[in-house]
Design a protein around this ligand. Sequence first.
Ligand code: TXA
Ligand code: MG
Length: 315
Amino acid sequence: MTGPKHSRSEIEQLGALLRAGKLVAFPTETVYGLGADATNSDAVLGIYETKGRPRFNPLIVHVADLEMAEHHVVFTPTARRLATLWPGPLTLVLERRPEAGLSDIVSAGLDTVGIRVPDHELALALIRAAGRPLAAPSANPSGRLSPTTAAQVVEAFGGRVPVLDGGPCAAGVESTIVAVTGDIVTQLRAGALPRETIAAHLGRPVAVARPGGPITAPGMLVSHYAPRARLRIDAEAAEPGEAYLGFGTRDGTLNLSPSGDLHEAARNLFSMLHQLDGKAERIAVAPVPRHGLGEAINDRLQRAAAPRNQLSRTL
Ligand code: TXA
Ligand code: MG
């Protein structure tokens, strides 16, 4: 997916802003990120303030390549094997190297860091221009939908943060997060890289973290990714007053993928919820299969549908 062209000087300027402790929103293959220099605690705090994000929720660090990652975290052989899937929508939660200079605030007090190499030319160019690892959560106010276009970021933050416009994001859902402890791999969040793909790469199944289990991502809040409208999922058809988000042959106000393609559905998910959110008080969503990318899509839909006051089963 290509967006507007960007001059080298524009990217250099944004890199200089990041080095100076400012925030810059940038595209990745998954969603837009709200970036800050991950070695600068004040800059990282700016992310939490701008998003209105609970302090306990750690941030993903974005690096340009494996070498940059190795500077900040410890790779076990299994982690190294998973890293051959980079660049890509896979975040590895690994033991941090405390002396390497990442701000403690990035990992919210944990001794691990979530880290990835995004598969997006502009993101990589920006990280290189900044010369720093970039902490970046999705560029949305906390608990709201993740943005997949630059316009959504501008709308959310009212022009307070410069946005590098890379056009619409290719994947449309966030990265898959796995914790790697020795050779134990546990999926903490379903995402744009299907668990089956990771398992095939490792040659063995990948376990899923149980809510309330020993390893959890603090971000596994039950209500998350929430639109303003009430959401009803696995809906065979719309009821009166509902906008219907279709899938496959179940057509609606909008359709995630008329051909039933899960990649297309993932890419459309947040932007279609955004569009319907502006139009209706209630949104019903057609059933989406649960295999492959469907796991991440259903996970996001369930969180978006959870009551707003239901905070967390995992904390
Ligand atoms: O695709 C993505 O991952 C996007 C783009 C911008 O890269 N980023 C993203 O970040 O989704 P965010 O902050 O919205 O989600 C980060 C998730 C949170 O659920 C957080 O709890 C988890 O990662 N996380 C980060 N570091 C962790 C750690 N050390 N241990 C466990 N979970 C961690
Ligand atoms: Mg997010």
